[in-house]
Write a new protein. Sequence first.
Length: 330
Amino acid sequence: MEFFRIKKSIPFMRHALVFNVISFVTFLLAVYFLATRGLHFSIEFTGGTVIEAPFKQAADLEKIRAEIEKRGFQEAFVQNFGSSKDVLIRLPLKASEGNQNEAMEKQKNTIIEALLPLGLDYDAEKVKNDPKSNKLRVEFVGSQVGKELAYDGAAALLAVCIGIIIYLAIRFEWRFAVATIVANLHDVIIILGFFAFFQWEFSLPVLAAVLAILGYSVNESVVVFDRARENFRKMRKATTEEIFDAAITGTISRTIITHGTTQMMVLAMLIAGGPALYYFALALTIGICFGIYSSVLVACPIAKYLGVSREDFVKPVKKEGEPDVISAQP
């Protein structure tokens, strides 16, 4: 399906150097902010308290959030889950609070005291006599668990990158594989750079968004490189730059349809999804925008710089007693 078709190739590769300089500067800035400011990790990574609080009526999240902030928890995360009467509260554990168990128990008691006037469904005496009647759930996430999650997240990111390299090297050519993974890591670092610069909360959903963007960007690169491989076989007199220009131009309609519809859904989550989905959707929004850019204006120039050429896909085959024949690789 195509909304439009451009007959004349757009000379993207003519401006490749300019785009590469922009990408390099942006990448360096992202690395700088990551090194100087670091990521603002959520309690899944740093440790803290997760409270599932039931209410007698529909909970007013703004009043709950304001009441918790009055108690000194400025970074509390409050959201509904399950129903309008159930509220999930996440409280980070500060390093200065000393003993973790005592600090978390203190947090729990403070939150209960703050929420009782707002309709919290909790009766201390009833719970003392009948522990099974307690609907309030409190979970403690220790810093050790957070370290394991951070390690597992980094391992997952590395595994995805290795898998992408192997897949593209087998399907296309090693230069395409290197170009694609460099472009994708460019997207990841820039997303992390945004989160470091603005100190947005980096949580497990955000990590999931980063991994999703890796796969999403690979899909775009595969489409462009697949068209480029076809063009190398069909456009016998064209240069490498012209091959890539034709490949990018030929997939523009598909790119606009795919990324446009995806971005509309992500923007809907960003605007109307609430706090629970906000940073997840924000990471996807940034990743989709830079994914389009990198797949076209980062991956293709890198492949060209690495020396990809027609000979990588169409090689001469010599047969004894016969003239040279051009044979396309399957």
